[in-house]
Write a protein that binds this ligand. Structure first.
Ligand code: SF4
Length: 366
């Protein structure tokens, strides 16, 4: 049986960003310690239920650094004891919500990867995104992370944000290159219903779709020529620095999510905890979310990766050949440079990544 990935959702943030619809809130006095105790109880319960090992641990949010270094360390230590986690351990951090000694505290317990929510290296853009730390603070964080001994650093970059241009994006990319981070996640801004951005989109001076597509292409071109690989639609890394926990999602492998709104895929079943911290505190049950991991889902997820689908691996997993009708549907798209299909594999090109939803649906449903 393969090891699974363990995800811990920390639903706290220092303040709410105007574009965000993740489940997060400001913590009241003492709430972070209570929440930590509660997560530890769930860990015990799941360890007994599953009796299996995890090889990655990921603290996401929200802003996990708001929990404080000692609490992250407590959860990390217990997760290692209960699940034998011995691989990649990531904590998402917000440069404006992290103490200087945070990184040393968590590194001591085995955290070996930090994902830093920078979004942009241009201060005016960051302010519009509701981010309080300036560029200098981001740079200080990167230095503190390295001083703690953690070298696996990922920076988040957002595309299509208010007032962004190719020139300002170039400034952000230059910042990433100058700081020599081995991993960059680049997400296009999505207007999520109910957020301030969604309700005020006409006042935001957002780049249009073509401009945002141009930015994605520019980013990809610069990063690839600087030695990064666009190994997943939104992710770029130097060799060996791919995000191992997130790869489990795209490889359709198992993961257990603990925390309100956290999703799981274990033993062929999908389930999640409700977006409600109070019921989570009271020890709620997970909500079933159907079966997972069938051929269609596998194809959809794997095509997000530059490696795409290897037909041998498909055969090994499903005990049958890769569907010939998908190969037939892929051939005309190959002529447009959107994908590559050979006798042994199928994968989208970077041009194809931009139209991934349309292409994947065409391949699967015809
Ligand atoms: S820090 Fe992240 S999770 Fe928190 S409000 Fe901002 S975007 Fe959302």
């Amino acid at each position: 049986m393969k090891n699974f990935g363990l995800y811990i959702h920390i639903p706290f943030c220092k303040s709410k960003c105007p574009y965000c619809d993740f489940y997060s809130m400001r913590a009241y006095e003492g709430q972070t310690d209570d929440y930590t105790a509660c997560v530890l109880e769930y860990l015990e319960e799941w360890a007994q239920r599953l009796g299996r090992k995890a090889d990655t641990l990921y603290f996401g949010g929200g802003t996990p650094s708001v929990l404080g270094g000692e609490n992250i360390a407590l959860i990390t230590r217990r997760a290692k004891e209960l699940f034998g986690v011995d691989g990649e351990i990531t904590v998402e951090c917000n440069p404006s919500a992290v103490d200087d000694d945070f990184f040393t505290t968590v590194a001591r317990l085995g955290v070996n990867r930090i994902s830093l929510g920078m979004q942009s290296a241009v201060d005016t853009e960051r302010r519009k995104l509701g981010r309080q730390a300036d560029r200098q603070r981001v740079e200080e964080c990167i230095k503190s992370i390295r001083l703690s001994g953690i070298e696996n650093i990922s920076l988040d970059v957002m595309l299509g944000v208010p007032d962004q241009t190719k020139e300002s994006l170039t400034e952000t990319i230059d910042f990433c290159l100058k700081n020599d981070v081995p991993h960059i996640s680049a997400y296009m801004l999505k207007l999520e219903e109910g957020t301030y951005y969604y309700n005020n989109a006409d006042k935001l001076n957002l780049p249009d779709e073509d401009e945002t597509v141009g930015m994605y292409t520019l980013l990809g071109d610069i990063l690839e020529s600087a030695g990064y690989r666009n190994y997943e639609i939104s992710n770029f890394s130097k060799e060996g620095y791919e995000g191992k926990h997130n790869l489990k999602y795209w490889n359709c492998e198992e993961y257990l999510g603990i925390g309100p709104s956290a999703h799981s895929f274990i033993d062929g079943k999908r389930f999640y905890y409700p977006r409600d911290i109070d019921s989570f505190r009271l020890g709620c049950e997970v909500v079933p979310d159907g079966e997972g991991g069938d051929e269609e889902e596998y194809i959809m997820l794997r095509l997000r990766l530059a490696d795409g689908i290897k037909f041998d691996a498909f055969r090994e997993r499903f005990g049958k050949d890769f569907p010939q009708e998908i190969v037939t549907r892929a051939k005309p798209l190959k002529q447009h440079g959107l994908l590559t299909v050979t006798d042994s594999s199928l994968h989208l090109t970077r041009k194809g990544f931009l139209l991934s939803n349309t292409i994947i649906s065409k391949l699967i449903y015809g």
